[in-house]
Design a protein around this ligand. Structure first.
Ligand SMILES: [Ca+2]
Ligand SMILES: [Ca+2]
Ligand SMILES: [Ca+2]
Length: 967
């Protein structure tokens, strides 16, 4: 019987291997000799989970919980079981041998996973795909096994929903042409600052976790990392699992435990738990990638069970492509990893709209449905991603919107920066007290003022983009002229994946990303986040065979560092009664928007490495030690900069602050969906206010500006002078609310005036618009910040933050009678005290009394919350200093207002300007919003120096819940 075929669109060999390539297929000269390998056919879902994926985190969690408890998750989002069985029958009738069904088999094959694995060989490849394999050579002379034109499938398969194809085969990737072409001159020596220390330092992962302030490794929580139970972490280790060489005479667990016990000074003596999932065997027993993964997660999250996935292994012609290990991890219903980390890649440049793209893209959707947090290394080939097409590239198979993509930095201590010729001037300027330099370092997470006295102790001065490409003459190599270069793993990848649209969380963060090469194509920006990869500091990990210790580097280390962090977050979420984190990329971006101190912002460095073959430069092959391959650098790449960038994403973590932000966001979404947001935005993009309320209007601009704010039928017009160069930002204000933030840094940036503060009274449903110097301002992050009480309106001439002066007590789980943590940093010289009191609404009224009315102060005192100990006010800790205290008896949804008493001058100030003094007929505002439940007070009558940092105050309604690990 003749088979009728359906051609699969975009399914050429180049669509599998060489998206955005510039090379033709080889000229075929022989049919491929006898071959055999395994193929996955992937079916469509019964229902597309588009609505679930587009809803917010709490709604996703709630929908998943309902689907699971109804036992309808896979009967909704899996393949149609009848169609799945019909395809299996049809394949059997066509003479193919299928791998058995089951999610715990060598190959995952099930209606839930929508996947069928089968063998093909030279006798029946044509029967399945209506084409044949051929052998030829690419333009660099390497052998290529490939097919001509598109693949087809029998219509008896496509009509039943088969859409995806994946090969467990050794097809060569990355066909690139040899055209020569215009290039750029590269500077000599290190290609990025902060990677030129002659001998890199070394650090154990748990010590790095401490530098990154992981919730259980912080200065105030030194030993929790060893005792608090954290979630299982899955590691993608294709064709390896826990295999170790017989020559070690030890088991994998013995070797991993020896590494843990060898970490100096911390007595990590209890054994770890390691699980091997390798139903297809494992041929490899040594790998630097596995050593990085295992060492980092077992040292940074030592109570997490580590599950290693070998994928299809090597039995029955298997080749363990990464896809098979991902499937094993995602469908592991025995060990149920909460986090899955991968640094391996198989087909890094899959074309959009191809059957291969369908298979990979939907795999990461399966991870969402299985409620797993996926974390992938961005890659180590810089902006060119080791693909000689002259453009910027990223690994499309690692750039799913449903995975956290981890980029890489080089971390320099104060001593390292002093010794690194590319950072020496910066370190000297910082030690000399140069304000712009120190400001930049604080943005990057610096907590201690660097001086000559801190040279030996300051472990963290600056992080820069990991870029260990060096140029000596015309050779592009490593620092020691021994290997390296654009075809080896020596710099953080990162850029834009134009094969897919920009995800909503990047759009809602205000980003509009495009490739930096001349194609300027929009798409998904990667990485999302970063962590140490190498350069001036490397990781101490096990040897490749798991024995002893060695030195490791790469974004392959950043991914397991983030996996360990997410495992800690997951423990906190469970402790606070929240679900697993699962797919949480949107929470990370929201945290950055409302609590920017959650990340250390990397602002220095680049990952530029785009190139073509041919030309006057030489670089080693992928495994060579000497520069032998002619290349032409094309100079397209990405630079670190303020805020999100495509070398380091949102930055490296301040783990404790990020944990607080994530839990606050989660509780808001889970329990406080009915609280009116400060600003609403309609489908046309117009803004309105939901309530009658009093709002702060805070101007930030580099030059004098005229601001018009229209609320309903009211127009407010005011002038603002420029903000001082170091006027406090939300980032600095929130950073200062860490107990170990140096008072010297606080005082260094005192008396820096903000722009004009005004106040608006809004009406329910009233329109809201903001103009700066006549230009209407947009609100690029409105969706992310408005649930948390503020919105930033931005124009090219400056910005206006519209913010509530009142906190809503969004407690953990919506519980009443909770404790709130009050954190206070003082940057004023007077004697100050703050009082919190309950108001009836966002206008600050108390039983009909408005702020400023006679008797309001007494009414506020009657509504004052008590601190533990019974006092109703908290004294400031003194100039530059920090304190925190616990506020008692806070109920869910309470509207909490503040007043400040300056005991030196005898004045009391209110959040509502009409209750304060007037100057020139204008009442004076004293409170400035610094993001998530954080405000700064101006302590001087008449407005003083207008710096609004004399007492910085934060209310945290969730961290005291559960064990209080985040207090
Ligand atoms: Ca940055
Ligand atoms: Ca002041
Ligand atoms: Ca001050």
């Amino acid at each position: 019987m003749a088979i009728t075929y359906d051609e699969l669109p975009n399914s050429t060999y180049l669509d599998l291997t060489s998206y955005r390539g510039n090379a033709p297929l080889p000229v075929a000269f022989v049919p491929e000799s006898p071959f055999s390998f395994n193929v996955a056919l992937v079916l469509e879902r019964i229902v597309e989970p588009s609505a679930l994926l587009a809803s917010d985190w709490a709604s996703r969690q709630s929908q998943l919980e309902t689907l699971k408890s109804n036992n309808t998750l896979w009967s909704t989002y899996g393949a149609d079981p009848a169609a799945y069985q019909a395809v299996r029958t049809e394949l059997t009738n066509l003479g193919f041998t299928l791998f058995p069904e089951g999610n715990d088999q060598q190959y995952v094959s099930s209606a839930e996973s929508r996947t069928i694995w089968l063998k093909v060989d030279q006798t029946n490849f044509h029967t399945l795909f209506d084409t044949v394999l051929q052998k030829g050579q690419d333009q660099q002379g390497s052998d290529v096994t490939f097919w001509q034109n598109n693949l087809s499938l029998p219509d008896t398969l496509t009509s039943r929903g088969v859409k995806g194809v994946m090969f467990d085969a050794g097809f060569q990737s990355l066909l690139a042409a040899n055209p020569g072409g215009a290039g750029v001159e590269l500077p000599q020596d290190g290609q990025g600052p902060g990677n030129s220390l002659h001998t890199a330092g070394q650090i154990y992962p748990n010590d790095l976790a401490s530098i990154y302030n992981y919730p259980f490794n912080s200065e105030t929580t030194r030993d929790w990392w060893k005792t608090v139970a954290t979630a299982p972490i899955g590691l993608i280790e294709p064709n390896m699992g826990t295999a170790v060489p017989a020559s070690t005479h030890k088991t994998f667990a013995q070797l991993a435990d020896e590494y843990r016990q060898g970490i100096p000074d911390v007595h990590l003596d209890q054994p770890g738990t390691y699980v091997n999932v390798a139903p297809g065997g494992a041929a490899n027993d040594s790998s630097g990638e596995r050593s990085l993964d295992v060492s980092i997660v077992t040292a940074a999250a030592p109570t997490s069970t580590v599950v290693l996935y070998a994928g299809s292994g090597d039995a029955q012609g298997a080749r363990s492509v990464v896809f098979t290990a991902y499937q094993a991890a995602i469908w592991d219903e025995t060990n149920n990893p909460a986090v899955v980390s991968s640094s391996f890649r198989d087909f890094p440049h899959i074309a959009p709209g191809s059957p291969f793209d369908f298979a990979y893209r939907e795999l990461f959707v399966d991870a969402v449905l299985r409620n797993i947090t996926m974390i992938n290394a961005v890659g180590d080939g810089g902006s060119g991603d080791q693909f000689a097409n002259g453009l910027t590239n990223v690994d499309t198979m690692h750039a799913s919107p449903y995975t956290i993509v981890a980029g890489g930095t080089s971390l320099s201590s104060q001593q390292a920066a002093t010794d690194d010729p590319t950072l020496h001037a910066l370190a000297s300027a910082a030690e000399a007290g140069n304000l712009p330099t120190i400001w930049q370092l604080v943005e990057g997470g610096l907590k201690h003022l660097p001086t000559v006295d801190t040279l030996a102790t300051n472990q963290r001065l600056i992080e820069t983009v990991w870029n260990s490409y060096f140029v000596y003459g015309q050779d592009i190599v490593d620092q020691y002229n021994n290997g390296g270069g654009f075809q080896q793993n020596f710099a953080a990848a990162g850029g834009v994946d134009p094969s897919q649209p920009q995800p909503s969380y990047q759009t809602d963060f205000g980003l509009d990303l495009a490739t930096s090469d001349p194609s300027a194509l929009p798409g998904r920006g990667v990485p999302d986040v970063a962590a140490l990869a190498g350069g001036n500091l490397r990781y101490i990990v096990t040897g490749n065979d798991m024995a002893g210790t060695g030195s490791g580097a790469g974004t392959s280390a950043a991914a397991p560092m983030w996996s360990a962090l997410v495992a800690q977050f997951d423990a906190v979420f469970r402790d606070q009664g929240l679900p697993h984190l699962g797919y949480m990329n949107d929470l990370l971006y929201t945290a950055a928007a409302i609590a920017p101190a959650s990340f250390n912002d990397i602002t220095l460095g680049n990952n530029t490495s785009s190139f073509l073959y041919g030309g006057n430069y030489l670089t080693p092959t992928a495994s060579g030690n000497t520069a032998t391959v002619a290349v032409t650098p094309t100079g397209w790449g990405y630079e670190a900069g303020t805020g999100y960038d495509m070398t380091t994403g949102l930055g490296t973590p301040n783990g404790l602050l990020l944990a607080r932000a994530l839990t606050a966001i989660a509780h808001e979404q889970v329990s406080f969906g009915s609280v009116d947001h400060v600003v609403h935005v309609d489908a046309a993009g117009d803004f309105s206010t939901a309530l009658s309320e009093t709002l702060l209007l805070q101007t930030t601009s580099n030059a004098a500006a005229t601001v018009n704010v229209i609320t309903g039928s009211d127009l407010q017009s005011f002038a603002s002078g420029p903000s001082a160069a170091y006027a406090w930002t939300s980032l600095l204000a929130q950073q200062s609310l860490q107990s170990n933030f140096d008072p010297n840094l606080v005082r260094l940036f005192d008396k820096q005036a903000q722009g004009t503060l005004a106040q608006a009274e809004t009406q329910a449903g009233g329109a809201l618009s903001v103009f700066v110097d006549g230009t209407e301002a947009g609100a690029p992050q409105v969706k992310m910040t408005t649930p948390f009480g503020f919105v930033d309106f931005m124009s090219s001439d400056g910005g206006v933050r519209v913010a509530r002066p009142v906190a809503v007590a969004e407690t953990a789980g919506g519980a009443d009678n909770q404790q709130a943590v009050v954190r206070v940093r003082q940057n004023g010289e007077d004697s100050l005290a703050v009082t919190f009191y309950k108001v009836d609404d966002f206008n600050g009224t108390i039983a009909g009394l408005n702020p400023g009315d006679a008797g309001y102060a007494a009414a506020a005192q009657g509504r004052a919350y008590q601190f533990s100990g019974g006092a109703t006010s908290l004294a400031g800790p003194g100039y530059g200093n920090y304190t925190q205290a616990m506020l008692q008896g806070v109920n869910a949804g309470d509207h909490v207002a503040m007043s400040l008493t300056n005991q030196s001058s005898g004045n009391t100030f209110w959040a509502f300007s009409q209750a304060n003094e007037s100057v020139g007929g204008q009442s004076v505002g004293h409170l400035w919003s610094y993001g998530l439940n954080t405000w700064g007070w101006e302590d001087t009558r008449g407005g003083g120096d207008h710096d609004f940092n004399d007492l910085v105050v934060q209310l945290d309604f969730t961290s005291a819940s559960g064990h209080g690990w985040l207090v």
